[in-house]
Design a binder for this molecule. Structure first.
Ligand SMILES: *Cc1c(COP(=O)(O)O)cnc(C)c1O
Length: 403
């Protein structure tokens, strides 16, 4: 079977972004055309937009198990991460607390914000990630100090899909009186989240990871947490995020979130069956290894390393076969550095370079999975056939790292 048999592209890069759902598009259209007023305007057109905004905030809050006042609309996951971390840092600084705990495999929106704070005199502890892609509540507990002002641990990793024990980590933070933020961009809409039950003080989400529009997201911050605004201007978002609200995007995000949350169990059942079929098929490729725990991972995430090949060439050849895949983070592809996530779980440079992330969507079919397994097998064999490193491994001049 080759690409022309399948007749369409197979999009397996849903961790980078998703296709918008029809529900989301339909929810946006009226606010681009009929109801285009500015919610800050006093006339009826403005007030209709303002009413839509109030409704959307309530509906999003209901999906997360919080109140509407605790929702701040942002331009996406990156901005929400920045605002959460900077707010907590400023609150800490006022009390002389300048220590922050995070992990070695966060998204760059978190890592780079922490690096900035480090230059401003904050001390950052990055917890080691176990080889299975998990951190534990015990690790967090052991790292908390009297001057710790924030713990920020991602809900699910964007490269290897591992899902962290968020409720337990949150409980440790509550017990110690430390603020807890989670970058839940990969988790929201894919696994059940309730901020109250899961002891979460602050949470970031982004619409384009659950079939909503790009450039819109949410920062949830528990009542009583004073946010610092990153953007100065008007009094939108209770003065915490200036700029005319992106009503069409907010309406699209709200509809996409409700749809995703209403179908979580159904989607997860379908996705995890496809995922496990893909994992079983790719595991048969010699000298390959699954990255991240086989069970505690997102229903749609598959991530492998193949010894003796370059991930970039693998992606280009898969693209020729009609498959959209990724080597890991969209932000690092194009650079020669291996993924910091794979290094964090202990993969050595040579192995980390040969990585492949396949992230599935609910529209995926068994036939596509079978086609993908065969395509990856063919491409890996081909690349190994022309690789001098592979020849050295086979001839015993170098030792295999993945047995
Ligand atoms: C995509 C992603 C982000 C960034 O979200 P944007 O809306 O693209 O800014 C942050 N964190 C994680 C884990 C992500 O997957």
């Amino acid at each position: 079977m080759n690409c022309s048999d399948v007749c369409r592209r197979i999009y397996l890069d849903n961790a980078a972004t998703t296709k918008m759902s029809k529900t989301a598009i339909d929810a946006m259209l009226p606010y681009m055309d009929g109801v285009y007023g500015n919610p800050s305007s006093l006339h009826s057109e403005g007030q209709r937009a303002a009413e839509a905004l109030v409704g959307a905030r309530e509906r999003i809050a209901a999906c997360l198990g919080c109140t509407a006042r605790e929702i701040t609309f942002t331009s996406g996951g990156s901005e929400a991460d920045n605002q959460a971390i900077i707010s907590a840092a400023k609150l800490g600084e006022k009390k002389g607390k300048k220590h922050i705990i995070s992990t070695a495999f966060e998204h760059h929106a978190v890592i780079h914000t922490l690096e900035k704070l480090k230059k401003e005199g904050f001390e950052i502890t990055l917890l080691d990630v176990h080889e299975n892609g998990l951190v534990s509540a015990e690790q967090v507990k052991a790292a908390i100090r009297p001057d710790t002002c924030l713990v920020t641990v991602m809900y699910a990793n964007n490269e290897i899909g591992t899902v962290q024990p968020i409720k337990e980590i949150g409980a440790v933070c509550r017990e110690k009186g430390v603020l807890f933020h989670t970058d839940a961009v990969q988790a929201v809409g894919h696994i059940h989240i309730n901020v109250g039950e899961q002891n979460i003080d602050m949470l970031s989400l982004s619409a384009h990871k659950f079939h909503g529009p790009k450039g819109i997201g949410v920062l949830y911050a528990k009542k009583g947490i004073l946010l610092s605004n990153l953007i100065e201007g008007g009094a939108q978002e209770r003065g915490k995020r200036a700029g005319t609200e992106n009503i069409p995007a907010i309406m699209g995000m709200t509809a996409a979130l409700e749809e995703a949350c209403a179908n979580i169990d159904k989607n997860a059942a379908k996705l995890s069956a496809l995922r496990d079929k893909l994992i079983a098929g790719l595991s048969k490729i010699p000298h390959s290894i699954l990255n991240g725990d086989a069970e505690k991972r997102l229903p749609g995430n598959v991530n492998f390393c193949f010894e003796g090949i370059e991930g970039e060439s693998l992606l280009l050849l898969l693209d020729d076969k009609g498959i959209c895949a990724s080597s890991g983070s969209a932000c690092t592809s194009g650079s020669l550095d291996p993924s910091h996530v794979l290094l964090a779980i202990g993969r050595v440079h040579d192995i980390a370079h040969g990585s492949l992330r396949l992230s599935l969507s609910e529209e995926g079919t068994e036939e596509e999975i079978e086609y993908t397994i065969n395509a990856v097998k063919e491409v890996v064999e081909y690349l190994r056939g022309i690789s001098p490193i592979w020849r050295d491994l086979v001839n015993g001049k170098k030792e295999f790292i993945i047995k």
